[in-house]
Design a binder for this molecule. Structure first.
Ligand code: SAH
Ligand code: SF4
Length: 336
């Protein structure tokens, strides 16, 4: 797909044209400009020349067919991953990437290991959602209900494009997905958290914490040397004061690294009495250097936190999202 010239073309048109075009692409899900019959023939011909609607992708289905990954090849040949998770009922979540690679370099993450190539444009972010909107439509008029920014990349290092994409995902003429159904996960870019506090949108915020003290966090997430745990939690507390919204702290359980009783105790000290903070324990999907904690350890860890008054979830779907989207597919292809 290539919509990078679209805004340029629409600049010369009356403002309502933009809405018509966006609606045709992201709501009517046209795959060919000839289907956009409410546009003038002249405009269609102009758009056709430079704005391709074809999505170059390969699809990988899980055995139970409930997790579908797509590897999308962008115009410059770079590849990104996006994942669709089908839940019970009519719920379905798309996990989108915000960058090609990631500059944060977390040691446990496949995307972190592949390094950073570039930010995605607004339309490249939307292309991922569009791919699965079309896919679901082809399977019988199902729709995407939730979006998580948990694919490749750090969304807050591409803040403006991510937020512009979120607005289009949210727009009633486009995907029409409610802001409460959209989540952004960050490794803790404080400037982004501060900006989010002032947005007029109720998007959910997730923070990748993964360790309860600075020494350990710095060892697995180098970004901690720039934004310490104290600064990070301070920024999130200010966000909560401003928005009164819940925040999810993500904690990926790494065997023998951050799953000890001492770690649980430290977490309790950090989050006791913070009623709008939730801890989500993620099952680690091994990508090389670390191992996932044992089931028993995860259970004990969760139990300890809960007994001490923390709000803990262990949503399988997040682990599943991440298993599918942490860059393993794209990075294995780069290695090849
Ligand atoms: N860059 C953002 C969003 C993408 S990663 C962030 O880090 O928050 C989404 C989540 O997946 C993060 O919590 C990340 O730490 C976690 N993650 C990365 N690799 C993983 C793996 N192999 N198994 C489980 N979770 C992983
Ligand atoms: Fe980047 Fe998130 Fe992976 Fe860390 S976990 S390297 S921030 S994508």
């Amino acid at each position: 797909m290539n919509l990078e010239n679209l805004d340029n073309l629409l600049k010369e048109e009356k403002p309502f044209r933009r809405q018509q075009v966006m609606r045709a692409i992201f709501r009517e899900l046209i795959t060919n400009w000839d289907e956009a019959t409410n546009l003038s023939l002249q405009l269609r011909e102009k758009i056709k020349d430079t704005c391709s609607l074809d999505i170059n992708s390969r699809i990988f289905e899980s055995k139970d067919k409930n997790t579908i990954k797509a590897l999308i090849t962008l115009q410059d040949g770079k590849q990104i991953e996006t994942v669709l998770m089908l839940h019970t009922g009519n719920r379905s979540t798309v996990c989108v990437s915000s960058q090609v690679g990631c500059p944060i370099g977390c040691l446990f993450c496949a995307t972190g290991k592949m390094g950073f190539f570039r930010d995605l444009t607004v339309y490249e972010i939307l292309e991922q959602v569009l791919f699965f909107a079309r896919y679901l439509k082809s399977k019988g008029d199902k729709q995407i209900t939730n979006i998580v920014f948990m694919g490749m990349g750090e969304p807050f290092l591409n803040y403006d494009n991510v937020l512009s994409a979120v607005r289009i995902i949210n727009n009633g003429h486009c995907f029409n997905i409610g802001s409460r159904k959209i989540s952004i996960s960050t490794s803790g870019i404080i400037e982004g958290i501060e900006k989010m506090a002032n947005e007029d949108m109720q998007v959910n915020l997730s923070i990748s914490l993964h360790a309860p003290n600075n020494a350990l966090r710095e060892a697995i997430m180098p970004i901690n040397s720039k934004y310490s745990i104290e600064k990070l939690i301070g920024a999130v507390d200010a966000y909560i004061d401003k928005t009164s919204r819940k925040v999810m702290y993500e904690y990926v359980m790494l065997k023998g690294v951050n799953d000890t009783l001492e770690c649980a105790e430290e977490l309790v000290r950090l989050f006791r009495k913070k009623s709008l903070c939730m801890i989500n324990l993620i099952i680690y999907n091994p990508t090389g250097d670390f191992e996932p904690s044992d089931d028993e350890t995860v259970k004990g860890f969760k139990n300890f936190l809960e007994t001490h008054g923390l709000f803990v979830t262990q949503r399988y779907e997040f682990g599943q999202a991440i298993n599918a989207a942490c860059g393993q597919l794209a990075s294995s292809r780069i290695k090849k």
